[in-house]
Design a protein around this ligand. Structure first.
Ligand code: AMO
Length: 429
């Protein structure tokens, strides 16, 4: 087994390494190869007068980004990366790379995002790009740890479904034998059914599919959602939970991802509690004033209004007390003012990160709300049935994992937070 490159010190005597050819430079009788693995870079120096013939033969065929295995002695040398170099006795090409490369791994000026995504495997060899996914992995581990510690049970719900969850327009139809089926837009209905099953606290981290027509920098057609549902909780309690989760994840990343954060040249600022809670009515007022748009009660926030609000707030914040008319049928109307409901959005100054609500748990009210949205209660029968046999009051939210990573790392485009993003024009790789 090869040793990780970062473990080789100027004091090491011998080293066996395996990795990619990062750079090759010829200087007089010396050839300097930089070899890279996921832990670092080491210089391999070949003296063409002294090196064994098989080493010289391998060197003559060497191209950048080929995979090699090298064994030799280690020498301390001040000018080399890490203050050491390897003088090879064995130099084996395990897998040659064709030239020219479709994407330059050491390129100082970054390529266009589309070019990078086309050759994602090469793009990901760059520490700046890999850093995003090392941090994303830490984010997901932190989410899991946070929820598991609070007694949440992880569930997996079907992605092939018979009916729309969030509304009918942005559905992907699927050829499913002789039936009509769709890719699920959200685990919403299933996580609610799990409340009737008595699980009380569930979470799912999984794909959600949205047939968004438009290509924007914050929408994907396949996104990852972190979903929770909690019994005997109201909207305020699950907002507190969401706030605590965001803080925990930021703190974890700040503490455990120093190297990847430094590759991104990022100083991570942990958000502060409590996040301001802005009533929808006030939010509309602020957005109207800042944009000059004639926004009124019942309108949704477009991209311009959302940006203006974010500029005003400057930190993570919640929008609460939404009009019942523009939130999904499952949001609980307020008893004192049924025009408003117990729904909320969590906003980052750049965009929406999550939405959630206290849910309607009364069967008849739910049927009424479904009908009042112009939907047919018949297609929701599997969802409605559990509400007739003991459904506890409950609340929950869905948090966009890709947007969480995008905003945390200040990425310009959501596609940069996803290894293989799916949008209207991209179905490969
Ligand atoms: P919503 O539709 O607001 O709510 O989705 C929840 C969160 O998921 C993310 N998201 C997306 N991210 C990237 N591209 C998309 N096309 C996309 N669509 C959604 C956002 C969003 O805030 N069932 C409710 C949640 C709940 O009430 O529990 C729901 O799906 O960050």
């Amino acid at each position: 087994m090869a040793s990780p490159i970062s473990t080789i010190t100027p004091e090491s005597e011998r080293a066996e390494i395996a990795g990619w050819v990062h750079e090759v430079r010829d200087l007089g009788g010396l050839t300097f190869c930089l070899i890279r693995d996921r832990t670092g870079i080491v210089q391999v120096t070949v003296n063409r007068k002294k090196a064994p013939a098989p080493v010289l033969e391998a060197l003559s065929r060497l191209s950048r980004e080929s995979v090699v295995r090298i064994g030799g002695t280690v020498k301390a040398i001040a000018k080399a990366p890490g203050g050491r170099e390897i003088v090879p006795e064995r130099f084996e090409i395990l897998s040659p790379a064709e030239s020219p490369l479709p994407l330059d791994v050491v390129e100082k000026v970054p390529a266009e995002l589309d070019t990078r995504l086309d050759s994602r495997f090469l793009d990901l060899r760059r520490p700046r790009v890999a850093a995003v996914f090392l941090i994303r992995s830490a984010v997901m581990a932190a989410v899991w740890e946070f929820l598991a510690a609070r007694g949440f049970v992880n569930i997996t719900t079907p992605k092939l479904v018979a009916a729309a969850t969030e509304g009918g327009t942005d559905l992907f139809p699927v050829a499913y034998f002789e039936k009509e089926a769709f890719l699920n837009q959200s685990p919403q209905l299933y996580k609610q059914i799990m409340m009737a099953a008595g699980f009380e606290r569930v979470f799912e981290i999984g794909p959600i599919f949205r047939a968004e027509e438009h290509n924007t920098t914050k929408h994907l057609n396949e996104a990852t959602s972190i979903d929770v549902e909690v019994s005997f909780a109201d909207d305020r309690e699950v907002m507190d939970l969401l706030e605590d989760l965001i803080l925990f994840v930021y703190e974890r990343v700040a503490a455990t991802c120093r190297d990847p954060l430094s590759w991104l040249e990022l100083q991570l600022e942990v958000p502060k509690k409590p996040f301001p809670r802005l009533a929808y009515r006030d939010a509309i007022g602020i957005a109207a004033r800042r944009t000059g748009e004639p926004l009124k009660f019942g309108d949704d926030f477009g991209a311009v209004a959302e940006k203006a609000l974010g500029e005003e707030m400057g930190v993570h914040y919640f929008i609460v007390d939404w009009p019942t008319a523009i939130k999904p049928y499952y949001a609980m109307p307020r008893e004192d003012d049924p025009e408003l409901c117990r729904a909320f959005d969590l906003m980052h100054p750049r965009m929406e990160l999550a939405s959630g609500s206290q849910r309607i748990h009364q069967h008849d009210l739910l049927v009424h709300q479904i009908r009042s949205k112009g939907l047919s209660a018949d297609s929701f029968e599997f969802y409605l049935r559990p509400f007739r046999y003991g459904m506890p009051p409950h609340a929950g939210w869905g948090l966009g994992a890709d947007r969480l990573v995008m905003t945390m790392l200040d990425l310009a485009n959501i596609r940069e937070a996803v290894i293989f993003p799916r949008d209207r024009h991209r179905l490969v790789p």
